[in-house]
Design a protein around this ligand. Structure first.
Ligand SMILES: C[S@@+](CC[C@H](N)C(=O)[O-])C[C@H]1O[C@@H](n2cnc3c(N)ncnc32)[C@H](O)[C@@H]1O
Length: 226
């Protein structure tokens, strides 16, 4: 028999088992990152791989799957105007909001999503939407709804950056599985087709190797095709 477990149930169990740090652990990470931006900055890391500067100053930004919210802190420090985070986990949003408040941040909003789409954000728009190591946790059906919703949330000249697990195997595994939400991988041509299907134009792309033989991260930068 095929048994479907709600996605937020899996994540609430994982976060209860401290998949991410507790509030004080998040505080420590935010403080360490502030002192060592060259080691911890996501924008610097992505800009280095893309060979172009990603600018978030003055932008309205949304992070999907922000975890402890450490990169939201970076966006606020970098001068972003409106800073939103959407998580599947209410527990993690509680920890992240406590940690951000304890480290002196107030200009942020954390939203708990259903895990199936981004409807919790309807009515908002953003100049910069990003997700770091989250897409591999989405089934292809869920990713399709996220891309559809990103299209509605992104301003005309807005940019989206997704770091996506890639595989060189043309018979790429797991992406049609409803049960494996940890390593959903795409070939570059599969992911490019999805972007096209949901009305996006690819602006930049980089590969980030991390030691796996067949798998690596693909960094996709795209905007809405106008
Ligand atoms: C590997 S962690 C990455 C956290 C953060 N982006 C970072 O780079 O540190 C994946 C995060 O995605 C969240 N997540 C998983 N499925 C999600 C979904 N369907 N929608 C939004 N967030 C999700 C998890 O709760 C977890 O915090």
């Amino acid at each position: 028999m095929h048994c479907l477990v709600p996605k937020d149930y899996i994540w609430s169990k994982l976060h209860a088992a401290d998949y991410h740090p507790d509030t004080q652990g998040i505080v420590a990470r935010i403080e360490t990152a502030r002192k060592n931006p060259s080691e911890y900055s996501l924008i610097q890391f992505w800009s280095k791989h893309l060979n172009e500067d990603l600018v978030v100053s003055g932008k309205d930004v949304l992070e999907i799957g922000h975890g402890g919210g450490w990169y939201l802190a970076e966006m606020i420090d970098a001068g972003s105007r409106k800073v939103f985070g959407l998580e599947i986990s209410a527990e993690l949003n509680l920890r992240a909001s406590q940690a951000l408040a304890q480290t002196g941040y107030s200009n942020f909003q954390l939203v708990t999503g259903s895990g199936s789409d981004l409807s919790a954000l309807r009515g908002s728009t953003f100049d910069f939407i990003y997700a770091n190591t989250v897409v591999q946790h989405l089934s292809t059906q869920t990713l399709a709804k996220y891309l559809r919703d990103i299209s509605g949330l992104l301003n005309d000249k807005g940019l989206c950056v997704l770091q996506v697990l890639q595989t060189q195997s043309s018979s790429s595994r797991k992406r049609f599985s409803r049960s494996d939400l940890f390593s959903v991988a795409y070939t570059t041509s599969e992911f490019n087709s999805l972007l096209l299907k949901y009305g996006f134009s690819l602006k930049d792309y980089a590969e980030i190797k991390y030691g796996g033989k067949d798998d690596y991260w693909g960094l996709y930068v795209f905007n809405r095709t106008l």
